[in-house]
Structures are given as C-alpha cells and as structure tokens.
Write a protein that binds this ligand. Structure first.
Ligand code: SAM
Length: 287
C-alpha cells in the first residue's frame, strides 16, 4: 500500500511539474511572440509610425521616445522638417503611441525648446495626461555667447489618461538616492567612451540615464517601446533592467551599431546571456 501511495504521489508530483513546465512554455511563447509576425526584443528597420500600426492596441507599458527635435543640424537628414510637417509628424507618431500604450502605461519623451512645447501640446490634444517633466542635467552641450550654454534636456512624463495608475517604483528611487525620494532632475556625465566602442552616434544617450528611467516607470518583464532607437541605448538598458523591448529605426547603419551593442550585452551580463539565448535568432534585427 505504502509503495502505491508513494508512486501515486510521485506521479502527481511529476504531473504537476509537467503541467507547470507546459504553462511556463506557453507563457514564454506569449511573452516572446505577441502577435503574428511581431517579435519582442527586436529592432525593426522601419518607420516607427508604420511599425506601430502593426502592433495590437494596449500592449506597451512604457514608451521611451527620443524623437527628431527638428534642429536641422548638418548630417542629420531625418531632423529637417517644415513647421507644418513637424506638427503633422508629431501628431502621427503620438497617435499610434497612444493606441499601443496599456491603460496604465506611460510615455517619456525627450526634447529641447525646439520640439518639447509642440510635443506637449499634441500630447494633450490626443488625451495624454502630463504628470511631470524630468530635467536631464549634463556636463556638456552646445556653447553660446548669445544665450546661456545648453546643459539640460527635458523629458515629458505622461500617462494615457486621468485614470491611469502611473508605475513609480519609489523604493528603487530611494535606492539610488541615499534612502530619499529623487527629485525630477537626473544628472549624468557625458555618454562614456566605453559605450561608444562599437561606433560613435551623435545623440547617443547614456545607458545610466535610460536604465534609471526604465526602472522607475516599469517592472521586470514589461514591454518597453523605443520608436526612435538610434544607437539602441533603450534596447540595451531594457535588457539590463530585465524588460522586453520593441524598437524602430530607419537608418541601417544605426541598426547595425545597435546589433553590435546588443551582442556585447550578451557577453557582459549573466541575465542577458540567458535571455538572449532563448531569443538568439530574434534579438538582433538582421533585416
Ligand atoms: C535622437 S536619435 C535617438 C538616439 C537614441 N536615444 C540613442 O541613445 O542612440 C533619433 C533616431 O530616430 C531615427 N528616426 C528618425 N525618424 C524616424 C522614424 N520616423 N521612425 C524610426 N526612426 C526614426 C533617426 O535615424 C535617429 O537615429
């Protein structure tokens, strides 16, 4: 009798283990393939407006956007639009961003005086609720003799609507500020040279900055959307913070640079190593 009970118990334990494993596999599948043809942890060589149109609604926890500021600087062909085009462009990407955001999701959008007021106005028209603006204080920037030297950028933090519950990980905030809540000013040094070892990109944000913002306003396993991926800083930071990402970038060279950076994370970080092994064929866009 005893033996039978033992066997029964063992069987049920085995069956529970198998069921759990199957559940895990299904969960993993759900996590990694969110819609037909749309894979997580991949940078798409695509216009973000077109890319976002292919995503299901309400699936993104946090959008980290570093869009064109329309500064018309030399060499940055994607950053030159007429005032009318610029307004329309901001309307188009923010409308899609709004649709793909979860009800409790949030957006963080970078900017300077060239774009930030336009973005804020368009956000309000669409229905976003602006909660605060972060100031990113840098130790470098453009110098001038006509106005003070530029040493700050702004990040608008907005939720989808009034009812959205903004994720704010206050314990994490305290952990990076000697036990006290942080202010809305984040200071970093210039993007370190080591982060540029795979190639220089003019507006590359420091990983430290993006990792902080992502950890403050999302949780592990959440999906982060980076519509204007550039050199892929948001993707690297998402992996380091144990989040998933979807990213878009229109420039092939930037995409290749991102791939090199992501490959590096795979070697540097234990978690990322495990994570990327599961998605090995998908993590770096090979379009
Ligand atoms: C300001 S940079 C982003 C820099 C990024 N935060 C980083 O750390 O590398 C903006 C990027 O958006 C890309 N871009 C411009 N318009 C785009 C669009 N419609 N869809 C996707 N990417 C776009 C540009 O090629 C550029 O690389």
């Amino acid at each position: 009798m005893k033996t039978t009970t033992k066997i029964k118990n063992t069987k049920s334990v085995v069956s529970i283990t198998v069921n759990n494993r199957r559940k895990n596999v299904i969960e993993e599948y759900k996590q990694y393939k969110i819609a037909q043809g749309i894979l997580l942890n991949k940078v798409y060589l695509q216009d973000c407006i077109e890319g976002m149109r292919l995503l299901p609604s309400s699936i993104i926890k946090l959008i980290t956007a570093d869009p064109p500021y329309n500064m018309k600087l030399k060499g940055q062909y994607w950053d030159k639009m007429s005032p009318e085009e610029f307004l329309e462009f901001n309307r188009a990407w923010l409308l899609e961003a709004y649709r793909v955001l979860e009800e409790d999701g949030a957006i963080i959008c970078f900017g300077l005086h060239h774009n930030i007021f336009i973005v804020a106005q368009v956000m309000r028209e669409i229905g976003f609720v602006i909660k605060t603006q972060y100031v990113w204080e840098k130790d470098y920037g453009r110098n001038s003799i006509y106005v003070p030297n530029h040493r700050a950028e702004f990040m608008i933090l907005a939720t989808k609507n009034k009812k959205s519950k903004l994720t704010y990980n206050v314990d994490y905030a305290k952990s990076i500020n000697n036990g006290k809540n942080i202010s809305n000013i984040i200071r970093t040094k210039r993007t370190p040279a080591i982060e540029k070892r795979h190639g220089a990109f003019p507006c590359q944000k420091p990983i430290e900055l993006m990792e902080k913002l992502i950890k403050l306003h999302s949780n592990e396993g959440d999906i982060i959307l980076s519509p204007f991926s550039g050199s892929g800083t948001d993707c690297v930071a998402s992996i380091l913070a144990n989040r998933n990402f979807i990213a878009y970038e229109t420039d092939r060279d930037n995409l290749l640079l991102t791939n090199r950076r992501l490959q590096d994370v795979r070697c540097d970080n234990d978690y990322a190593q495990k994570f990327l092994t599961i998605n090995q064929n998908q993590v770096c866009s090979t379009i």
